[in-house]
Design a protein around this ligand. Structure first.
Ligand code: CTP
Length: 419
C-alpha cells in the first residue's frame, strides 16, 4: 500500500525522516512531497534516499514561473495512486490552506484532488496551535473527515512549553494504519515462518532441490507483519525480496533450517511451516565436483522432520501450522499428515492442479484441522495469506456459529466452504 507523506515547513520537518522509516517498517510504500518551506529545513535528498523515490517538491519549474508539464498533472496521478495522505508536520499555514481550499502548491493541490483518507499531525508554537483561527481550521478539517493526530505537550523549539510538539511516530503510524483499515490483530504475536525450498548438496556445484518458489511463505510473512506481528522469516534460497520489517534468517539445507527453527522456537507464538523441506539428502557430499564417468548412484538418507519436532518442543499455547503438498488423494494424505505430525492445522495444497501452487502467484488450499476442512478458494497468495492467518487465529479463539454468520454477512471476502 502506498502512503504519501506531505512535509510542510517547520522545525519538526526533520522528524518526518524517522516517521518515514516507521511507516516503512509497516511494509508501506512511502512517497514524500515537500512544500517550499519544508525544503528550507530538510533537503529532499534525505527523503529520496530513505524512500528510494523521487521527492515531489513543486508544481512549478525551477524558474518558478512556468508550470512543469510533467508535474502539472503529477498531483492528480499522485492523488489517485496513494492509499493515504499524511501531512506531518502540518503547519498552521497548511492547515489554513486546506481548510479554505487554497491549492497553490503541490501538497495543497494534491489534498484537494485525493479521495484517499487524509491524516494531519500538526506541529507549531503553542500560541499558534491554540489560536482560534487554527482551532477553527482543525475543526473544519475534522468535520470533513480529516483525521487528526494532536500535537503533544512539551518543550517547543520556540523556547516555550505547551502543546504544539509533533506527536511521536507511534500514534501517527497507528492513525495511518487505522485509516488504511489495516487490522492490527497480530500485535501480540511472534510469528515464525519457514519458506522456500531447501537445497541438499551433492557436490560443491550440484544440489537436490524442489520447485518451491517461496511465494506463499513470503506472503504469509508479509501479511503477519502488516497485521502487527513480529515476524521471523527462516528462508531457504528464493528469488524474492524479503518483506519489509521481517527478521530474515537465511538457510540452505534442511539441517540448517532445523537448527534455525529450533533456535528461535521459544520466541514464537505461531509457527507456520510453509517451506518445502527436502525429505532426503545425499548420504555423502563429495568434496570435489563429481566427474562424468558412467552411471552414478546417489545414496540418500532421510532428513529429520522439523515439523514433528516443533510440535514436540513448542511452548504451551504456541500454534503450529504445517503445509502439505499432495499430488493424489490430497484429503486422505493431508489428514494422515496432520495426525502423524500432531500440528494444529495443515494447509493442504493439491499441487496436481494447473495454474496454481508452486511458481504461481495464486493458490487454492484446504485448511485442515482435526475436526474441520475449510476450502479457501483460488485467490492471490497474498489474499490467501490473510485467510490462513484468520483461520489460525480462530484456532486460538474459536468463534461460535452465530458470530461466524454475522462475520460472513459483514465482510465481502470470498466465502469459504466448511465441510
Ligand atoms: N517438513 C518438515 N521437515 C521435513 C519435511 C517436511 O518440517 N524434513 C514439513 C514441511 O515444512 C511441511 C510439512 O512438513 O510443513 C509437510 O511436508 P511434506 O513434504 O508434504 O510432508 P512429508 O512429511 O515430507 O511427507 P511426504 O513427503 O511423505 O508426503
Amino acid at each position: 500500500m502506498k502512503v504519501t507523506v506531505g512535509v510542510s515547513g517547520g522545525v519538526a520537518a526533520y522528524k518526518a525522516a524517522e516517521l518515514v522509516r516507521a511507516l516503512q517498517q509497516q511494509a508501506l510504500d512511502v512517497h514524500v512531497a515537500m512544500t517550499q518551506a519544508a525544503q528550507q529545513f530538510v533537503r529532499p535528498l534525505t527523503f529520496a534516499a530513505l524512500t528510494g523515490h523521487r521527492v515531489i517538491t513543486g508544481l512549478w519549474d525551477s524558474d518558478g514561473a512556468t508550470p512543469n508539464a510533467a508535474s502539472s498533472i503529477e498531483h492528480i496521478a499522485e492523488a489517485q495512486s496513494c492509499d493515504a495522505l499524511l501531512i506531518a508536520p502540518a503547519t498552521a499555514d497548511i492547515l489554513a490552506k486546506m481548510a479554505h481550499g487554497i491549492a497553490d502548491d503541490f501538497l495543497t493541490t494534491m489534498y484537494l484532488a485525493t479521495a484517499a483518507p487524509v491524516i494531519v499531525a500538526p506541529a507549531m508554537n503553542v500560541q499558534m496551535w491554540e489560536h482560534p483561527a487554527t482551532q477553527t481550521n482543525i475543526a473544519t478539517l475534522q468535520a470533513r473527515g480529516v483525521r487528526l493526530v494532536p500535537p503533544e505537550s512539551g518543550y517547543l523549539a520556540c523556547g516555550m512549553t505547551g502543546s504544539g510538539r509533533l506527536a511521536e511516530s507511534d500514534p501517527i503510524v497507528r492513525a495511518v494504519l487505522e485509516a488504511l483499515h489495516r487490522r492490527h490483530d497480530l500485535a501480540q504475536e511472534t510469528v515464525l515462518v519457514t519458506a522456500g525450498g531447501t537445497r541438499e548438496p551433492i557436490d560443491p556445484v550440484r544440489y537436490i532441490g524442489n520447485r518451491s518458489s517461496g511465494k506463499m511463505g513470503y506472503a504469509l510473512a508479509e501479511a503477519a507483519r502488516q497485521r502487527g506481528a513480529r515476524v521471523l522469516l527462516i528462508s531457504a534460497p528464493t528469488q524474492l525480496q524479503p518483506p519489509a520489517g521481517c527478521e530474515m534468517i537465511p538457510v540452505m539445507t534442511a539441517d540448517e533450517m532445523r537448527a534455525a527453527v529450533l533456535h528461535h522456537l521459544s520466541q514464537a507464538t505461531l509457527v507456520i511451516k510453509a517451506a518445502a523441506v527436502a525429505d532426503f539428502r545425499p548420504r555423502i557430499q563429495a568434496d570435489q565436483k563429481i566427474k562424468r564417468s558412467g552411471p552414478l548412484t546417489l545414496e540418500l538418507e532421510p532428513t529429520q522432520d522439523i515439523l514433528a519436532e516443533v510440535v514436540q518442543r513448542r511452548n504451551p499455547g504456541t500454534l503450529v501450522i504445517g503445509f502439505a503438498a499432495e499430488t493424489n488423494q490430497p484429503l486422505k494424505h493431508g489428514r494422515g499428515k496432520l495426525e502423524r505430525k500432531g500440528a494444529d492445522a495443515i494447509v493442504l495444497n493439491d499441487v496436481s492442479r494447473e495454474g496454481i501452487g508452486f511458481e504461481s502467484d495464486r493458490n487454492a488450499v484446504t485448511f485442515l484441522t482435526p475436526s474441520t476442512a475449510i476450502d479457501l478458494p483460488e485467490m492471490s497468495k497474498r489474499a490467501l495469506a490473510d485467510r490462513i492467518l484468520d483461520e489460525a487465529l480462530m484456532l486460538r479463539h474459536p468463534r461460535n456459529v452465530l458470530s461466524e454468520v454475522a462475520a460472513n454477512a459483514a465482510t465481502s471476502h470470498t466465502p469459504a466452504h466448511r465441510h
